[in-house]
Design a protein around this ligand. Structure first.
Ligand code: WA2
Length: 281
């Protein structure tokens, strides 16, 4: 009967949506674990050894060769915590100045490379990127604390000891919305029961990964069959007053929608996948 067809169609939509949400969430979780492991690698082989066993070349090669471990990421990078009192020495040691992050609201896309960025204005502290995967080499020397979303992530990561996510925003040198995942790197002698203040104090750097949502979700969904049947949107729903569409299209039969919950591991961010059929019944 007609009723039966409608119910079956509904069930198909629910199953397909839940499966896609599960695959996306699992892939995200796999990459989150590897980004976490990278932060421990930097702690062990850069900060834990004198002289350091990691330089830009080693970091670049290692992260490129282990890219398969971090599905959905477009690149990883490591920024150091530099208080203002150490800025001059830091810039001397590295042979470059800490740059201010400039967004495309202020400049042309082709100008959004560090060589064209101005020196960072005086702040209490900075988070200049010292190592980067080739795919995000344009952020080397940029002070990640001079970008609002990156700054909030850094502050939350070091206070919480967990991996934290930004809201979707337009990444540097990208035309898409993306998110950044950050883990703080601490002095190895940070006790497990450390207070928030001690955690901030013991912070020495920030390991971050960027996710270019449209291209990466697209790649992921492409691998699943039945792309012809349903369309999916991914939303950041953290802020009830304004949902942000991170991925999706305008097409499809909006008369029937099914929502699958997504959990990307940061309790202060909420995400969901909304699915519908491409064609009407
Ligand atoms: N990585 C890549 N592109 C970006 C970006 C970013 N942040 N921010 C804006 N465009 C080094 O949390 C520390 C990476 C930030 C980590």
């Amino acid at each position: 009967s007609n009723q039966k067809i409608i119910l079956q169609r509904r069930e198909t939509l629910e199953n397909m949506c839940d499966e896609r949400a599960r695959v996306l969430q699992d892939q995200f979780n796999v990459s989150l674990n590897h980004v976490h492991a990278l932060s421990i690698l930097v702690s062990t082989f850069h900060h834990g050894k004198t002289p350091s066993a990691i330089d830009q070349k080693t970091f670049g090669e290692y992260t490129e060769r282990t890219n398969f471990e971090r599905p959905l990421t477009s690149g990883v990078a490591y920024a150091l915590k530099v208080p203002h009192s150490k800025r001059e020495q830091f810039e001397k040691d590295h042979g470059w100045t800490i740059k201010k992050m400039e967004t495309e609201d202020q400049t042309l896309v082709q100008d959004c490379v560090p060589e064209n960025f101005d020196p960072a204005p005086i702040q209490d502290e900075y988070a200049p990127v010292i190592f980067a995967q080739e795919t995000v080499s344009h952020i080397v020397s940029v002070d990640m604390m001079s970008g609002q979303e990156d700054r909030e992530n850094i502050l939350r990561a070091r206070a919480s000891r967990k991996g934290v996510l930004t809201s979707p925003f337009k990444l540097l040198k990208s035309n898409h919305l993306g998110v950044v995942l950050t883990f703080a790197v601490y002095d190895t002698d940070l006790p497990p029961d450390a207070t928030e203040e001690q955690r901030v104090e013991a912070t020495i750097g920030y390991l971050g990964a960027s996710y270019d949502m449209p291209s990466l979700v697209e790649k992921l969904l492409h691998q699943l069959a039945s792309k012809q049947t349903i369309v999916v949107d991914v939303y950041d729903t953290s802020n009830a007053s304004g949902l942000i569409k991170m991925y999706g299209t305008e097409i499809g039969d909006t008369s029937e929608e099914y929502i699958s919950r997504l959990d990307f591991g940061d309790p202060s961010r909420k995400h969901e996948m909304r699915c519908r059929f491409k064609d009407k019944l």
